[in-house]
Design a protein around this ligand. Structure first.
Ligand SMILES: *Cc1c(COP(=O)(O)O)cnc(C)c1O
Length: 394
């Protein structure tokens, strides 16, 4: 079977030709000085993207490795954690916190809404003390963006460590690690950066390292050990790896981040916002309902759409893929049969890709007998893109 002609999914997503070329470079010895320098340069570029002076650790597996590694390092039994839940990933993170022995308080909102800073402040005040506040910046499964910029300082002020899953936020929306006071953050490369799914970009600040040092159960001598990276790679100032890194993936990640920074991070973020606006306009014009209750907190990385009752998510996506060669996403976890998701990440946020995804969804639904306005969807998408101005960031 041939791959889809258009990969406009919730990630992994389209890679640019620059990223693909980097992935095709020779596989070098990891101790070739050229690769050591390249690895260090990739860390520096990632730090620039995170807008941080904190340590950046490139864990050699896609984002779930980074999330697990950082959580296991920092969370000790009895730790008082406030887990802020507005979606599937945050709920999953709570299960991890509990399994590491943390005392977990959960503040939950419906999955079609965003967290509210005032409610977070009130919950923190209700708790005697809080050691760690965890949240997901951009909930990819429901296309919702949480106000990390406002929540992180509230948590920091209360003396808590701030843990943020920014997997699908980095490169698609503003992420200001140092300004906002985020202590631990984990990003992936296969979302808004349009890189390969193979490396986790982890930020670990001084306060986080102190908590890790105070945690007797922080792992050592395993693939998920953050301490191994500190005690070999960071301690040797980039001369020694704890194990062989994924050479090709690192090359791909370097290219993806460099491409983003060359275009200008702010311009790339604006491009993601434009693509998201255009998709939302198209979806509403065709007569469907967005999953997020408000445009105010709809994410820049994916647009989540309520599936009409007459059809199923899986059959609709299969039809669109078979007839038009366009790969969109369904829901995930509890939302699996409820939503369609259009990805507009990395290269997929450029040019007329939103028109491709919106038209494919509209025409595909019409083929299956759903009453949607295909022409209005296309027109509204184009009008929105046109109103945004240049959407290629060359
Ligand atoms: C993609 C993603 C992850 C990592 O999950 P995978 O599906 O394994 O890539 C974690 N958190 C968020 C918010 C994500 O978007």
């Amino acid at each position: 079977m041939h791959e889809a002609d258009f990969t406009l999914s919730a990630g992994p997503t389209l890679a640019s030709s620059r990223v693909q070329q980097a992935l095709g470079q020779p596989i070098t010895f990891d101790y070739d000085p050229a690769f050591l320098a390249h690895f260090k340069a990739t860390e520096r570029l990632a730090a620039e993207l995170f807008r941080t002076d904190k340590d950046v650790v490139l864990m050699q597996g896609e984002a779930v490795l980074g999330l697990e590694a950082t959580a296991r390092a920092v969370v000790r039994p009895g730790m008082r954690c406030l887990n802020l839940v507005s979606g599937v990933y945050a709920a999953w993170f709570g299960d991890w916190l509990r399994s590491y022995g943390a005392e977990v308080t959960e503040l939950k909102v419906p999955y079609d809404e965003a967290l509210e800073p005032a409610a977070v402040r009130a919950e923190i005040e209700r708790m005697d003390a809080v050691d760690l506040v965890a949240l997901v910046h951009s909930e990819t499964p429901s296309g919702i963006e949480n106000p990390l910029a406002e929540i992180a300082p509230i948590a920091k002020e209360a003396g808590a460590l701030v843990y943020a899953d920014v997997v699908s936020a980095l490169g698609g929306t503003a992420v200001e690690i140092d300004d906002w006071g985020v202590d631990i953050a984990v990003a992936g490369c296969q979302k808004c950066l349009g890189g390969p799914p193979g490396v986790s970009l982890c930020v670990v600040g001084e306060d986080a390292w102190a908590a890790i040092d105070a945690n007797p159960s922080a792992p050592r001598g395993t693939f998920v050990s953050l301490l191994d990276w500190r005690e070999t790679w960071l301690a040797s100032n980039g001369a020694k790896f704890p194990y062989t890194p994924s050479v090709s993936d690192v090359n791909g990640v370097h290219a993806a981040i460099a491409e983003c920074l060359d275009h200008g991070l702010d311009e790339v973020i604006e491009r993601h916002a434009s693509a998201a606006r255009a998709c939302r306009a198209g979806v509403e014009a065709m007569g469907l309902e967005l999953w997020p209750r408000s445009h105010d907190y709809a994410a820049n990385c994916v647009t989540a759409i309520r599936c009409p009752e007459e059809v199923g998510v899986v059959e609709t996506l299969a039809h669109i893929r078979d007839r038009y060669g366009v790969m969109l996403s369904g829901g995930y976890g509890e939302l699996a049969e409820k939503v369609f998701r259009i990805g507009h990440m990395g290269s997929g946020s450029r040019s007329l890709y939103p028109l491709v995804s919106v038209s494919a969804l509209a025409r595909g639904l019409a083929d299956l007998g759903v009453v949607v306005d295909v022409g209005a969807a296309a027109e509204a998408t184009l009008e929105s893109l046109s109103a945004s101005g240049t959407v290629v960031t060359a």
